[in-house]
Design a protein around this ligand. Structure first.
Ligand SMILES: NC(=O)c1ccc[n+]([C@@H]2O[C@H](COP(=O)([O-])OP(=O)(O)OC[C@H]3O[C@@H](n4cnc5c(N)ncnc54)[C@H](O)[C@@H]3O)[C@@H](O)[C@H]2O)c1
Length: 431
């Protein structure tokens, strides 16, 4: 079978230009491919044409360099009529019911089946439940008259990027890949080999799907364990971060996970639900996933309760309190607020009647169920006026020293103030 790839002349398509698809497009462009990026969001495509990146890991300069040569963003699927391969990077959220919403993948695949040339390789990168590459992507092409493994080559490859982590570029992260047939695996591997340092082949697309779900379920369950132990450690008057760091000195059998105000982002709170939903359909009850989810989702309420107790000790009832939330992105050094625990913490504080404002250097505006907030400037006056400052995200650019210097009461859910000592540190309380 001809799996020859010529990156100098071959064009490739990336469908969905978000946190995953945009960096992936540039990784393929770096390897020499001409990249057509397709997104249905007109505003995003216009922004990209203007050289403005909305993904913090992609600089405007880098984007512009590729726009001048090898990267073409468009809303038109027809632009994919002569590509050798396509990667699908569209969202896979949960429905209101908590069940997987695979409709974006289904819609993108329908479009692709109508425009791709014969012999094309299609790799799904969106996180899905086990079996979805076969059930949704392969089925759509089959329904359109193609034979998978002959006219079209279909595989799954989990996206494993860690937004905000400058240590690992997408191309440096080993790329797990599994085809619907052996021929599909060969084609997908040939397509990806020029881009990634290391390909990790697995036996099927379903195995590759499961790899991603294990990784993120592992994180969700271990973070839940740390959150639960943090609550116990507080009752024992023990510093949970020092305890975990000391435990991590054991050279085997322990990996540190840290507590926080809850889970966020488009992956860790969502992906385990994809696994448990599908397993449940096969008669397997994944109780640990459900329990971890409940523990993690309960953290924002716990944070609010701890703040309420601290404020009570100062004689300030929550409905009269001015509270500054520091950091609303779901994790450090990114602008992403999807599923951010800050939304729930702010919601809890609003429900209890507190006056809330927030500061986040990455997030200019935030919509909660109640209202739209704008990030405030972190000044000594603003800090001194607060009854309580709660740290929810430890962005590296935030002036934590100023917070310790001027805020009268601080609740730190990220251990961001560790090591900062001055005469005010007795006003700092940790999760
Ligand atoms: N964000 C992460 O850190 C991360 C990491 C690993 C895996 N993933 C997975 O990758 C997938 C994409 O996540 P993301 O964070 O990049 O999402 P995103 O919302 O940032 O980007 C998705 C893009 O797809 C576009 N889109 C939606 N439907 C489309 C269609 N039919 N045709 C073309 N474009 C369409 C949207 O307009 C959007 O720009 C999800 O399955 C997610 O679980 C995300």
């Amino acid at each position: 079978m001809d799996t020859k790839i010529d990156t100098e002349n071959d064009r490739i398509g990336i469908v969905g230009l978000g946190y995953v698809g945009l960096p992936l497009s540039l990784a393929f462009a770096d390897a020499g491919y001409d990249v057509i990026g397709v997104d249905i969001d007109r505003e995003r495509i216009e922004q990209l044409h203007d050289g403005c990146s909305y993904v913090s890991d992609v600089s405007d300069d880098r984007l512009q360099q590729h726009l001048d040569s090898t990267f073409e963003p468009t809303t038109e699927y027809e632009a994919l009529s002569d590509v050798v391969g396509v990667c699908i990077c569209v969202p896979t959220p949960l429905r209101k019911t908590g069940n997987p919403d695979i409709s974006y993948v289904a819609e993108a695949t329908e479009e692709l089946a109508g425009v791709l040339p014969d012999g094309c390789t299609v790799v799904l990168e969106s996180t899905v439940y086990p079996g979805a590459t076969e059930d949704v992507v392969a089925q759509t092409f089959t329904k359109n008259g193609s034979t998978v493994g002959e006219d079209v080559f279909i595989a799954f490859s989990p996206e494993r990027i860690d937004p905000g982590n400058e240590e690992y570029a997408p191309a440096d992260i080993p790329k797990v890949l599994g085809g619907v047939t052996a021929a599909c695996s060969d084609r997908a591997e040939a397509l990806y080999a020029p881009v990634f340092e290391k390909i990790v082949p697995v036996d099927s697309s379903t195995e590759a799907e499961l790899v991603k779900l294990i990784e993120n379920t592992f994180r969700s369950v271990n973070i839940a364990l740390s959150n639960e132990i943090a609550r116990a450690a507080h009752e024992f008057d023990a510093n949970i971060w020092r305890t975990i760091d000391a435990a991590a000195t054991k050279p085997f059998g322990f990996m540190p996970f840290y507590p926080g105000p809850g889970l966020g982002g488009h992956c860790i709170p969502i992906d385990p639900q994809y696994l448990s939903w599908k397993a449940n359909k096969r008669g397997v009850d994944m109780r640990l996933i459900g329990l971890a989810d409940r523990i993690n989702r309960n953290m924002p309420t716990y944070v609010m309760r701890r703040m309420e107790i601290l404020l009570d000790e100062e004689g300030i009832p929550m409905p009269e309190a001015d509270v500054l939330v520091v950091g609303v992105a779901y994790k450090a050094n990114v602008s992403d607020t999807r599923e951010s625990p800050a939304l729930d913490v702010i919601g809890c504080l609003e429900d209890r009647g507190a006056s809330v404002c927030y500061h986040d250097p990455y997030v200019r505006q935030l919509d909660t169920e109640e209202r739209t907030y704008e990030s405030v400037r972190l000044t000594s006056e603003l800090l001194a006026e607060q009854d309580c400052v709660v740290i929810l995200t430890d962005h590296s650019t935030i002036d934590f020293e100023a917070i310790v210097d001027y805020a009268p009461l601080i609740f730190d859910t990220r251990n961001a103030l560790d090591g900062l000592t001055n005469e005010n540190t007795d006003t700092v309380y940790r999760l």
